[in-house]
Design a protein around this ligand. Structure first.
Ligand code: URA
Length: 434
């Protein structure tokens, strides 16, 4: 039997609703990573998985096969100032305005621990941590294993791309899912996230599972199921894993878009910034500290400058200049309230407006516009007068503005008292595997 026939049989089997066995999963993941299975075949399988789903056993094996496609790092002997430290990381399933990682990573590194963060690029309407940090002059996402370790030991924090050595199957599949409409699938989201986190060698992990229109899986029940699956995978792989399910029906913070979100994070590290971002960052920080047995108050370290010092060290260690001015869009347009009342802002619409303005990609590998995005002058629940400015769309390319503006106008609403659905970032549930 030829290998292409095997791939076809696997696709047919999943299409017809069967459970794939371990050998089939190992073979197809390995085959796709090595180029023996074509992108057309993997796209068809991804769509079959999207519709048919996977059992917990299949998801665990798919994740293990993605980890086995590369190296699994061991950071258990990591030290800072000559003393062994635990490792803990955080990952979000993807939302709108979610730049928590940029604040949380250096904040956590102010304690005696290390945060070995492997991040991704924007996917669909959501932003990616690496795209955001690349708005900082000189900052590099690509580090080899030796640099990653050296920076972790020096500063306690690293945020970088998964190199070719770590879960290469995810790198290939992530790009394919983005352009084939197969991102919102619990098995593939769980395996994508957990394969990178297991491979990076973290000892503990806190997951921020988003729900609401900004998330890939807007429904609360789906978000809770995704949290359950990921916590189970992490725990079984020996990683102390927990998850917070958090609200993203409206954007988190006031900035959406790469450079705009970095500026907002710097504001938070300087002791200011939007309350919803600060509250969620502190909730995730407490969860991460609990996971490694540290008792501490994250809020103090945001206001007393320690988190800022840690951020500056982390950015500098990766070639970035924390003092360089951030790029600013050459073109902006305002959106005003059509009526007086309580504001609602739909996360998906704002995320799409930012993406249309140039903050995200329409093709794999495309460059993003660091200046593009949306700045919110008013947030969900604020009371406005008719004609008041609610948001501004930013773009480097003026031709992108009309589509982005029309999307943003559709995302802004006003209504009577009680219209607001509450702030973003509210913790709706928690699940611990330890
Ligand atoms: N983040 C990931 O790493 N993978 C996904 O599929 C979605 C968000």
């Amino acid at each position: 039997m030829s290998r292409s026939v095997d791939a076809v049989r696997i696709i047919e089997s999943k299409r017809d609703g069967n459970e794939l066995d371990d050998d089939e999963i190992d073979w197809i993941v390995d085959g796709y990573t090595r180029g023996r299975v074509s992108p057309e075949q993997m796209s068809a399988l991804a769509m079959a998985i999207y519709f048919r789903g996977m059992t917990d056993r299949e998801i665990a094996r798919w994740t293990a096969a993605m980890v086995a496609s590369g190296t699994r790092l061991d950071l258990s002997d990591l030290t800072r100032s000559g003393r062994p430290v635990p490792t803990v990381d955080k990952h979000s399933t993807g939302g709108v305005g979610d730049s928590v990682t940029l604040v949380l990573t250096p904040l956590l590194a102010t304690w005696d621990l290390a945060v070995p963060q492997l991040s991704g690029r924007g996917l669909g309407h959501t932003g990616g941590t690496l795209d955001k940090l690349e708005a900082i002059h000189g900052w590099r996402a690509d580090l080899d294993a030796a640099d990653r370790r050296r920076i972790l030991e020096q500063t306690g924090a690293v945020i970088c791309a998964a190199g070719a050595d770590l879960a290469p199957a995810d790198r290939a599949l992530y790009a394919l899912r983005d352009v084939t409409g197969t991102v919102p699938s619990i098995p593939m989201l769980a395996a994508s996230i957990m394969s990178k986190k297991i491979a990076e060698g973290t000892g503990a992990l806190v997951l921020d599972v988003k729900c609401g229109s900004g998330a890939f899986l807007p429904g609360r029940a789906d978000a809770e199921e995704l949290a359950r699956v990921m916590v189970a995978i992490g725990t079984a792989a020996g990683v102390r894993t927990s998850a917070l399910v958090t609200a993203n029906h409206t954007p988190l913070g006031r900035a959406v878009g790469n450079s705009l979100e970095v500026a907002e994070c710097v504001e938070i590290l300087a002791g200011g910034g939007p309350p919803d971002m600060i509250a969620l960052t502190c909730s995730l920080a407490r969860e991460a500290l609990d996971a490694v047995g540290i008792d501490g108050d994250p809020r103090d370290r945001l206001t007393d400058g320690r988190a800022m010092d840690s951020y500056r060290a982390m950015i500098t260690a990766q070639g970035g200049d924390p003092d360089a001015p951030l790029p600013v869009a050459r073109h902006t347009r305002e959106v005003r309230a059509r009526a007086a009342g309580e504001v609602t802002l739909d996360a998906l619409g704002v995320g799409r407006a930012s993406w249309l303005a140039g903050a995200g990609r329409t093709r794999p590998g495309e460059a993003v516009d660091p200046t593009a995005g949306v700045l919110l002058h008013r947030v969900e629940g604020d009371v406005v007068r008719e004609g008041e400015v609610v948001a501004t769309v930013h773009a480097g390319d003026p031709e992108r503005l009309p589509a982005a503006l029309s999307e943003l106008e559709g995302a802004v609403g006003t209504g009577g008292p009680g219209t607001s659905r509450g702030p973003a970032g509210t913790v709706l549930g928690r699940l611990r595997g330890w």
